[in-house]
Design a protein around this ligand. Structure first.
Ligand SMILES: Nc1nc2c(c(=O)[nH]1)N[C@H]1C(S)=C(S)[C@@H](COP(=O)(O)O)O[C@H]1N2
Ligand SMILES: [Mo]
Length: 516
C-alpha cells in the first residue's frame, strides 16, 4: 500500500512540497499570534486573551437550544468542547491563510486581519472590557501578519530555498510562539489569586472564636462532623467557566448609595482592623429537606455593622445590594445586618485565607440568612438602597428578595433503606436554626409519639447542633423515621412541605429503613 501510494504520488508530491510549507507558515503564524497574545494578556488581564474573549462572547450569544444541546452532549466538558472547536476552526483558517498567501500575500494578510478583527470585537463586547482589552489580540495579530509575510517571502515562495533554512525559519517562528505562550502562562500563574493567597498569613483575631464545645462529635458512625472541613464545604455559585480570580492586593470594596459617607476598603485595611472570628453555619436556599447544601465553618472577618456605621446609611434605606466582581448580586435586609448578629466581611475560613471558590479575597457572611441573600463571594461593592428600587440576581429569576433560614433538621444515620441489626439503633443527625438556636430535636417512628433526642452542645445560636437518639430494643421490621427541631424561641419546625423556590424548602426529613 505504501509502495502504491508512492508510485502514484509524484505529481501530487510536487504540489505537496509547495503546499506543506505554506500550510505550516499559516499554522505557525497563528500560533505566534495566540502565544504572543497570551503573554500580553497575562500583563493586561488573563480574561482578555483572544481564545478567552471569543469563547466568552460565543457563550453569551449561544441560543438556548444550542447551550442545552452542548450541556447534554458534553456535560461539564461543554467548555472544553468549545475550546477544542475554536482551536480547530482557527487552525483550519490558518492553513487557508498560509495557502492563500503563497499566491496572493494580500489575501493571506486579509484573512489573518479579519480573524484579528473578530477577536478585537469580542474583546470590546465583554461586560468588563477596558481600552486595553483588545491589546493582546492586536499585538498578536500584528506579529502573526509579520510572520506570515516573512515566511511566505523567505521560506515558502523561493523555489531554491534550502530545506534546512526553510525548517529553521518556520521552526524559529513556532519556537518564538511557544516561548511566548509558555511565559504568558507562567506570568499568569505568578500574578494569579492563588499566588496572592499563598503568600498571605491571616492576622490573629482580636476576638477569637472558642473551640467547639466538648461533647460534639460523639463518635456515632455516619453523623456529620461538627466542623465542615474546607474541602468538604458545599459550593454554589453562578460562575460557569472559572470562578473569579481576584488578588488581595488588587481588591477593594466600595460602600455607596444611600449613605452619608462613601467608604472604600482595601485588603490592607481589613488586615489592620481588629478582626473577629465566629462559627457560623451557612445554608443554601436550594437545599432540599434532608439535603447536603449546609456547612459549619469558623469565619474570620470584620463586623459588617462597624463598616456600615462609618458609611452612615440613610434612615429610609432598607437593603444592601452586594455585588461580586463577576456581576452577581445579593439583596440583604439592612435591619438584619445591624441588629447585633455577627454579620461579617470574611477573609478567613477555618483558619486559612478564603479559598478561591469560596470567595477569595473577601465575602459576606450573615448568620440566619440563606447564602443567596447574604453570602456574596468575591464582593467588591455594597450599594445601600431600597427593596423597591433594586433587585438582586436570583430575585430577577423568581426567588424571594429576602429569606431568613428556616429551622431544619436532618437524619444522617441510619441511611435511607439501610439494614441494621436488631437491638439498639442509634439515630443521629444535625439541626439548625441560625440566629435563633436549636432548643430541641424530636424523632418519630411510624405514627408513634415524638420522642426527645439528645441535642449536643453547639457554639452559638448561629451554628448547627448535632443530635442523637438511642432507640432501644428494636425488633426486626421496616420503620419510617421523621425528625423535627424546635428553635430557641420555642417555635417548632413546620411539617408543611415547600419547595426550595422562592424562599427555602420545608417539611420533615423522612426515611425508611429495615431492622433485621
Ligand atoms: N459571587 C457570588 N456569590 C455567591 C453566589 C454566587 O453565585 N456568586 N452564590 C450564593 C449562594 S446561592 C450560596 S448558598 C453561597 C454559597 O457559598 P459557598 O459556595 O462558599 O458554600 O454563596 C452565595 N454567594
Ligand atoms: Mo444558595
Amino acid at each position: 500500500m505504501d509502495g502504491g501510494a508512492r508510485r502514484a504520488a509524484p505529481p501530487r508530491g510536487g504540489r505537496l512540497r509547495r503546499w506543506v510549507p505554506a500550510a505550516l507558515a499559516g499554522l505557525v503564524s497563528a500560533g505566534l499570534t495566540l502565544g504572543l497574545a497570551q503573554l500580553v494578556a497575562a500583563l493586561v488581564a488573563p480574561s482578555t486573551a483572544p481564545l478567552a474573549v471569543v469563547g466568552a462572547a460565543f457563550i453569551d450569544r449561544t441560543p438556548a437550544w444550542l447551550k442545552d444541546f452542548a450541556i447534554e452532549t458534553f456535560g461539564t466538558n461543554d467548555k472544553l468542547a468549545l475550546a477544542v472547536s475554536l482551536v480547530a476552526v482557527i487552525a483550519a483558517l490558518a492553513v487557508v491563510a498560509g495557502l492563500a498567501a503563497r499566491r496572493h500575500l494580500g489575501a493571506g494578510i486579509a484573512l489573518v486581519g479579519l480573524l484579528g478583527a473578530v477577536g478585537v470585537a469580542a474583546a470590546l463586547s465583554r461586560p468588563d472590557a477596558t481600552a486595553l482589552s483588545p491589546l493582546p489580540t492586536l499585538v498578536g495579530t500584528a506579529a502573526g501578519i509579520a510572520a506570515l509575510v516573512l515566511l511566505t517571502r523567505r521560506a515558502v515562495r523561493p523555489v531554491a530555498v534550502a530545506p534546512a533554512r526553510r525548517s529553521l525559519l518556520i521552526g524559529g517562528v513556532a519556537a518564538v510562539g511557544a516561548v511566548a505562550a509558555g511565559s504568558g502562562r507562567g506570568l499568569e500563574a505568578a500574578r494569579s489569586s492563588e499566588a496572592s493567597r499563598a503568600q498571605l498569613t491571616l492576622p490573629v483575631p482580636a476576638d477569637p472564636a472558642p473551640a467547639p464545645p466538648p461533647g460534639v462529635n460523639p463518635g456515632v458512625e455516619g453523623l456529620t462532623p461538627y466542623v465542615t472541613p474546607v474541602e468538604d464545604f458545599y459550593r454554589i455559585d453562578t460562575a460557569f467557566l472559572q470562578v473569579p480570580d481576584v488578588r488581595a492586593e488588587d481588591w477593594s470594596l466600595r460602600i455607596h448609595g444611600m449613605v452619608e459617607e462613601e467608604v472604600v476598603l482595601t485588603y490592607a485595611d481589613l488586615l489592620a482592623a481588629p478582626l473577629v472570628e465566629r462559627w457560623i453555619t451557612l445554608t443554601c436556599v436550594s437545599n432540599e429537606v434532608g439535603g447536603e447544601l449546609v456547612g459549619n465553618a469558623r469565619w474570620l472577618g470584620i463586623p459588617l455593622a462597624d463598616v456600615l456605621r462609618r458609611a452612615v446609611p440613610s434612615a429610609d434605606a432598607d437593603m444592601l445590594l452586594s455585588r461580586s466582581t463577576d456581576g452577581f448580586t445579593t439583596s440583604t435586609t439592612l435591619a438584619d445586618v445591624v441588629d447585633g448578629r455577627d454579620a461579617l466581611l470574611a477573609i478567613g475560613m477555618n483558619g486559612v485565607p478564603l479559598p478561591r471558590e469560596h470567595g477569595f479575597p473577601v465575602r459576606m457572611i450573615v448568620p440566619g440568612l440563606y447564602g443567596f441573600v447574604s453570602a456574596c463571594k468575591w464582593i467588591t461593592e455594597i450599594e445601600v438602597t431600597r427593596f423597591d428600587r433594586a433587585e438582586a440576581y436570583w430575585t430577577k429569576r423568581g426567588w424571594s428578595p429576602s429569606a431568613p433560614i428556616k429551622t431544619a433538621s436532618r437524619i444522617d444515620t441510619p441511611r435511607s433503606f439501610a439494614k441494621v441489626p436488631a437491638g439498639t439503633v442509634t439515630v443521629a443527625g444535625v439541626a439548625w436554626a441560625q440566629n435563633r438556636g436549636v432548643s430541641a430535636v424530636e424523632v418519630r417512628v411510624d405514627d408513634g409519639e415524638w420522642r426527645r433526642a439528645e441535642v449536643l452542645p453547639s457554639v452559638s445560636e448561629d451554628t448547627w447542633a448535632q443530635w442523637v437518639w438511642r432507640w432501644e430494643d428494636v425488633e426486626p421490621g421496616s420503620y419510617t423515621l421523621r425528625v423535627r427541631a424546635t428553635d430557641a424561641t420555642g417555635v417548632v419546625q413546620t411539617g408543611e412541605t415547600a419547595t426550595p423556590i422562592p424562599d427555602g424548602a420545608s417539611g420533615y426529613d423522612t426515611l425508611v429503613f429495615t431492622v433485621v
